[in-house]
Design a protein around this ligand. Structure first.
Ligand SMILES: Cc1cc2nc3c(=O)[nH]c(=O)nc-3n(C[C@H](O)[C@H](O)[C@H](O)COP(=O)(O)O)c2cc1C
Length: 217
């Protein structure tokens, strides 16, 4: 598949069918993703693939934790976001709203509980980083995440990165027996898109190119 087409078409999907993904397909995607570059070729990632009853158990635990603690999307800002950034988030939610109305769901509940449930996808991937690494290695995890998103799209699979769950480190580690030294940097929902769900018709926009780029010549 043409890379430009893949980059342009890929988007986050927030409703999946429960159809299982063949293990070989998941492996193919992961084998492409690990071709991502990393500093000093350290390949600092640990990729935990959770399926079946274990994935269900993980979601049940995450939803329970969310209901108790109510930590929702976008945790961890160290100070109030400058207006430009806050406005972009608000605009995205505003553009999603008609789809939530059509579905008759509460947007916050849909996003927060949906994220904890990996939006019903049959596969959840947890991208972990050993706590011996400095923050700079988050870049490497971001890169392999990007590769994963694109590789999945090539295999006609859909994805949604799930950052929300990282607020529930302890619950995840406890449920899946992940060593204390491994931090979950980002989760990923992987599966086949539910074509009938209105929210999957939503395509996010980007701000004007000129706002991001400053040339110094
Ligand atoms: C690091 C990261 C964390 C994210 N966390 C969540 C999440 O917890 N729940 C969710 O519904 N979407 C999550 N997303 C998806 C973003 O909302 C989405 O990428 C953004 O709105 C742009 O839309 P697009 O992916 O369709 O281009 C996350 C994306 C990234 C890159």
């Amino acid at each position: 598949m043409d890379l430009l087409k893949v980059i342009k078409e890929r988007k986050s999907i927030r409703a999946f069918t429960p159809d299982p993904i063949p293990k070989e397909t998941i492996e193919e995607i992961l084998k492409l993703a690990i071709l991502a570059p990393s500093a000093i070729n350290l390949q600092p990632w640990d990729l935990i693939v959770v399926t079946g009853e274990e994935r269900e158990r993980l979601s049940r635990r995450l939803i329970k934790a969310y209901k108790e603690k109510k930590i929702s999307c976008g945790p961890g800002n160290v100070k109030p976001l400058p207006k430009t950034f806050a406005k972009r988030g608000a605009k995205t939610l505003e553009l999603m709203n008609p789809f939530f109305e059509e579905m008759g769901v509460d947007p916050n509940q849909f996003i927060n509980e949906g994220s904890c449930n990996f939006y019903g996808s049959p596969v959840a991937i947890l991208l972990c980083l050993d706590d011996s690494f400095p923050n700079a290695r988050f870049v490497d995890i971001g890169l392999i995440l990007g590769y994963l998103l694109l590789a999945a799209h090539v295999s006609d699979l859909a994805t949604c990165p799930i950052g929300l769950i990282t607020a529930y480190q302890e619950e995840i580690k406890d449920t899946l027996n992940i060593p204390e030294s491994k931090n979950v940097v980002i989760g990923l929902a992987l599966g086949y898109p539910d074509e009938k769900s209105p929210i999957n018709r939503f395509k996010s926009q980007r701000d004007d190119f000129e706002k991001f780029v400053r040339w110094i010549e």
